[in-house]
Design a protein around this ligand. Structure first.
Ligand SMILES: Cc1ncc(COP(=O)(O)O)c(C=O)c1O
Length: 400
């Protein structure tokens, strides 16, 4: 049997999908599981957006499109970026792809060379695809730890210590997956000051949760003085408009747009054609449905944070965005005598019927910061209440 490449055998993944498989297996055996695993809105795509997609199919918009997307979509994205980031983004800067995710790989491929020791700094805990794409594309992963004491935002001195003459890319994510943390405008400004000494460093600003900020306006590093040209703004229709399966995302950067376009041509040819028309409607049409979803998420955020803090052994900070919470479960692990968050996660799944993800699914555990798990609150109030009651009950019954 011929062998696989080392790249293929070592390729990382999103372990959320592995846990989802475990959940599905238990459900198939008839077990009732309340799942807080999935990172997607539990709302249907708003009707006017879905209808625009249906219309596009009926009107024959089924063929290939230009790789960076149809012109009306690129224009709609440019307007959307300009409006929500309070900067002036041109249509020629925008490239659309099959979701926000592909732009992570396209960027690493566009700004680092394989095996040259080019370093990419990325948040840990963080979206696991950053690390897997850095490694698969032959760059050097440099994790930047997010600590609980700093509200899960990186320490600027820590960042300073990680920048070298080999650094080519800094990945930022705000609001963040998995912690829900938001980087403040003042931190972004200070960060821009630090990067002024490193002109070779690009910034990939993963803004896929930009539509889910609860305590103020969304702030992009692209809007900070000196950062516009070197920042790749990446966003998606997935989270803001409940369109994860439609697979439309977009990125903007003037210098990299031609390169992104080539990567799209080399991989998917173009994003799905009818779906592009649906996203034109999402971005240009009424925003009430997505505003309403955000309001519901905000209410759920309060409910789940209060509920978690009421459980013995668990403490949870109030995150500023996305639909995730990242409670500290160190004490709960000690109380019931499990080794770590992963063992706790397994017992919660099998014994309490509640599915969450563990910190190790999002990178390496941050030394000195204890054990964490991730809840997605893209689930109903009823599931939040029942799921937390089951966890409370499980901890009470198993406390030694
Ligand atoms: C931080 C982050 N970036 C990118 C993505 C991918 O978004 P999309 O589904 O649009 O590809 C996700 C999805 O969970 C995410 O959490």
């Amino acid at each position: 049997m011929p062998e696989l490449s080392r790249r293929a055998s070592e390729l990382g993944t999103e372990n959320a999908f592995v846990v989802l498989g475990e959940v599905a297996e238990l459900q198939a055996q008839g077990r009732e599981i309340i799942s807080f695993c999935i990172g997607q809105p539990d709302f249907p795509t708003p009707e006017h957006i879905a209808q625009a997609g249906i219309r596009a199919i009926q009107e024959g918009h089924h063929g290939y499109t230009p790789s960076p997307g149809i012109q009306p979509l690129r224009e709609a994205v440019a307007k959307y970026f300009s409006r929500t980031r309070r900067i002036d983004v041109g249509t020629d800067e925008v490239v659309c792809g099959c979701g926000g995710k592909p732009f992570i790989g396209y960027t690493i491929l566009s700004v680092t060379d394989y095996g040259e020791g080019h370093e990419v700094i990325y948040p840990n805990p963080g979206f696991p695809i950053y690390q897997s794409q850095i490694v698969a594309n032959g760059a050097v992963p440099v994790p930047l730890h997010l600590r609980e004491g700093k509200g899960f935002v990186f320490d600027l001195d820590d960042l300073r210590s990680k920048l070298t003459d080999k650094t080519r890319l800094l990945i930022l994510c705000s609001p963040q997956n998995p912690t829900g943390s938001v980087i403040s405008r003042s931190d972004l400004e200070e960060l821009a000051g630090i990067l002024a000494d490193y002109p070779d460093v690009w910034v990939y600003s993963d803004e896929v949760y930009s539509g889910l900020v609860y305590d103020g306006p969304f702030e992009s590093i692209a809007a900070v003085d000196g950062m516009r040209e070197r920042t790749i703004i990446a966003d998606t229709a997935s989270k803001t408009y409940a369109m994860t399966g439609w697979r439309i995302g977009y990125a903007a950067n003037k210098a990299l747009a031609p390169s992104f376009t080539r990567w799209v041509t080399n991989t998917d040819s173009c994003p799905p054609h009818p779906n592009q028309w649906a996203v034109v409607e999402a971005l240009n049409g009424p925003q009430d449905a997505s505003d309403k979803m955000r309001d519901v998420f905000q209410e759920r955020r309060g409910r789940i944070v209060d509920g978690l803090n009421a459980i013995d052994g668990i403490t949870c900070q109030m995150p500023g965005g996305a639909f995730y919470v990242w409670p500290n479960v160190t004490e709960a692990c000690k109380m019931i005598g499990v080794a770590d968050s992963e063992e706790l996660r397994k017992r919660l799944l099998h014994e309490a019927g509640v599915a969450v993800l563990a910190d190790i699914h999002f990178g390496t555990r941050v030394e000195g910061d204890g054990e964490h798990v991730r809840f997605s609150y893209a689930s109903s109030f009823e599931d939040i209440d029942n799921g937390l009651a089951k966890i409370d009950d499980f901890i009470r019954k198993n406390t030694k």
